[in-house]
Design a binder for this molecule. Structure first.
Ligand code: MEV
Length: 294
């Protein structure tokens, strides 16, 4: 048995997180940063998979219909920041199912990898919509609906998206954020249903804006999306501050991205204005960088 490798991309959600769990569409893009996994057979006496990853490895082997793995060393590498809202758990899940499949001499299509990785994602955060695993496996700019049936398609942007990422400095927990909002939505569906519907409206308008490269409109929609996410209770003071700072520094729009409760924000720069926006945000103390979509 030889060593096996797999990788999965990070992602950012441009519009529609959380509401996507409740049936609305969302738009996400893959990132150039990824998680890479290397599995090395080391025999029965060798090092084991780290305890914290054992449930994910067990879920991945079960999803692949493989018998439980023994005597494997697992190495994680890559350049994707972890637990900051950039989809590291989905990227890890995709990398894991790909590496395990390779160990079994199977090649997975991106759709198979996404479907299996979404089963692993359930270990990390209960009720994933599938958008993170789908984007981690396919990359590109995607329109996503959880369904059923789950469906996604590529969105053709009218030009390169001038996106900047800024980290709030707070780690976050997707399961806690999604679960908390689900409980609030279940106890007051008459309040949250229309809010999720309004977010879905922003996503539909956002797709048209992306296709026309109408960046000022897209920026407006992103900022409105942030306000609605904040109203849903998934933002934090730090995320609100980074969003406000991005707007003060000239961003066309800004919002939290992913589950919130910490993690990352994204800002839309004016065309070719990414480097200036990154420098201005860094000047205000934020860990900001240009998003490399992939
Ligand atoms: C997390 O990146 C995105 C959420 O919408 C959860 C999900 O869709 O599974 C918050």
């Amino acid at each position: 048995m030889n060593e096996a490798r797999g990788s999965g991309r990070g992602k950012i959600i441009l519009l529609g997180e959380h509401a996507v769990v409740h049936g609305e569409p969302a738009i996400a893009t893959g990132l150039g940063q990824e998680v890479r996994i290397r599995l090395v057979p080391v025999g029965e006496g060798g090092p084991r998979v780290p305890e914290v990853l054992r449930p994910a490895v067990d879920a991945a082997t079960a999803a692949l219909g493989m018998s439980p793995t023994r005597g494997l060393a697992l190495e994680i590498a890559g350049d994707l920041p972890v637990a900051v809202g950039l989809g590291s758990s989905a990227a890890l899940s995709v990398a894991l199912v790909r590496a395990l499949a390779a160990l079994d001499r199977r090649a997975l299509s991106p759709s198979e990898a996404a479907r299996l990785a979404n089963e692993v994602e359930k270990v990390f955060h209960g009720t994933p919509s599938g958008i993170d695993a789908t984007t981690a496996a396919h990359g590109g700019l995607l329109w996503f609906e959880t369904g059923p049936p789950m469906r996604w398609e590529e969105v053709a942007a009218g030009g390169p998206l001038p996106l900047v990422v800024a980290l709030s400095g707070e780690e976050h927990d997707t399961g806690r954020s999604v679960g908390g909002l689900r409980r609030r939505a279940e106890s007051s569906p008459e309040v949250y249903g229309p809010v999720f519907g309004a977010i879905g409206g922003l996503v539909r308008a956002g797709r048209a804006a992306i296709e026309r490269a109408a960046w000022p409109l897209l920026g407006e929609l992103m900022s409105m999306n942030h306000a609605l996410l904040r109203a849903c209770g998934v933002s934090t003071d730090a995320l609100d501050r980074v969003v406000d700072d991005a707007l003060r520094c000239g961003a066309l729009g800004a919002k939290l991205t992913g589950a919130g409760g910490g993690g990352a924000a994204i800002a839309l720069a004016s065309p070719d204005g990414e480097a200036d926006l990154v420098a201005a945000l860094r000047g205000r103390g934020w860990n900001a960088f240009r998003a490399r979509s992939a």
